[in-house]
Design a protein around this ligand. Structure first.
Ligand code: PMP
Length: 387
């Protein structure tokens, strides 16, 4: 049986996106690749809501490569306030520490977000020059309000860095309007391309002072290559993941054709149907309702790992829980990339069946019904439908 991928990353991609990456043998200096790289860099600026005061970067690698590389803009001797709502927020701690960068951490219990009051109090101390936050925390499905946090932070710090790995392309980032200095992401999550590319967008003014650590992980060495790629010229520093960029370019063309706001709304609509469907079936969503994200839904259950195994047999791959405080007691649904209404309905049907089979008290059919109603109502209202 061919399984449907509703993991939290790599996410479900389209046949056309996959084929764009494998249909040709393409060299890194070929016109096809250079055109795809230019289109992807411009697309990256578009989905981030950046203007020409920002520079986009596409590097071989993953989200963690982007995290590590962007830390090169944090000056030695400055102090960072890290807001973390889970495992991927916590990942910044060893990254910054390994480069000798000072930080303090504000963290939240699983399913919750750090409070704006606490952020304000910390920033009021005047100790911080940088703030880092994760837009959608993939380990819990919690979305932080980057608009509200940025508004407070802009008055206190010089640099705001956002992890958009599970959000870029499916949540509003709007970094120029919000005064965000840099956003990082990866090809395989909310954008829905295959894994292999680290994505970064940085304000050009933040590129004037870059730390001297590392060769590969130092943005300084990537500025000229990216400027060249933006002109469709060869910018080789290290071999780019050619096939991934060809796929990514197709994703960005798809997003432009659909419209970014429309794509974000599609994700919101699917997320609402899935979250409400889960609760209607009698299960509980981990994230507090006002923190539900467009891309990841974490579901509490004492049978979580068994449900994930059962769902795999029924044809859908979900993700187990990774937050150390509640691992084994929840699982995660990824609804990003190229998933559509019928994937959401199938996901709920499979979850209801797998959960009932392992003794969870679920109301078979109620989750699917609720989601069906929401999707139908919102389709009528938006005139929208499928991504
Ligand atoms: N940040 C977030 C929010 C993530 O979800 C992930 C991956 N799950 C990462 C960073 C790290 O990305 P990668 O696994 O591609 O290195």
């Amino acid at each position: 049986m061919q399984r449907k991928l509703m993991h939290v990353g790599p996410s479900f991609t389209s046949y056309r996106v996959q084929m764009a990456g494998v249909s040709e043998n393409t060299g890194f200096a070929s016109p096809d690749f250079l055109e795809a790289m230019k289109n992807s860099l411009e697309g990256l600026l578009y989905v981030a809501g950046a203007d020409d005061t920002y520079l986009p970067f596409i590097l071989p690698g993953s989200g963690t490569v982007a995290m590590e590389t962007v830390t090169s803009i944090i000056p030695k001797g400055s102090r960072t306030l890290l807001l973390t709502n889970g495992v991927f927020g916590d990942r910044w701690i060893p990254i910054l520490s390994s480069h000798g960068l000072d930080l303090d951490v504000l963290s939240a219990e699983p399913g919750r977000s750090v409070s704006l009051d606490d952020v304000r109090k910390k920033l009021d101390t005047g100790r911080y020059q940088n703030l880092i936050m994760t837009h959608v925390e993939t380990s819990t499905g919690v979305r932080i309000d980057i608009e509200k946090v940025s508004k407070i932070a802009r008055e206190h710090v010089d640099r705001i860095i956002v992890d958009g790995v599970a959000s870029l392309g499916a949540e509003k980032e709007d970094i120029a309007r919000l005064g965000i200095t840099a956003i990082i992401s990866a090809s395989q999550k909310a954008l829905g391309a295959p894994p292999g590319a680290a994505l970064i967008v940085v304000s050009r003014s933040a590129l004037d002072h870059i730390n001297d650590f590392s060769y590969f992980f130092n943005l300084k060495n990537w500025i000229t290559p990216m400027e060249r790629y933006l002109e469709a010229k060869n910018g080789y520093l290290s071999t780019e993941p050619v096939g991934v960029v060809l796929s990514l370019s197709r994703v960005f063309s798809d997003i432009r054709a659909a419209g970014l706001d429309e794509r974000i709304e599609e994700h919101r609509r699917l997320s609402l149907a899935l979250n409400e469907g889960i609760e209607a079936a009698g299960l509980k969503v981990l994230a507090e309702r006002d923190l539900w994200s467009n891309t990841v839904t974490a579901v509490l259950s004492d049978h979580a790992d068994e449900i994930v195994r059962g769902a795999m047999d029924l044809g859908i791959e979900f993700a187990t829980g990774v937050h150390p405080k509640i691992a084994g007691r929840y699982f995660r649904i990824g609804h990003m990339g190229y998933v559509n209404d019928f994937d959401a309905l199938a996901a709920l049907s499979v979850i209801e069946r797998a959960a009932a089979k392992c003794g969870e008290k679920v109301r078979i059919g109620d989750g699917v019904k609720k989601a069906q109603e929401i999707l139908y109502d919102l389709t009528k209202k938006n005139g929208g439908g499928q991504m």
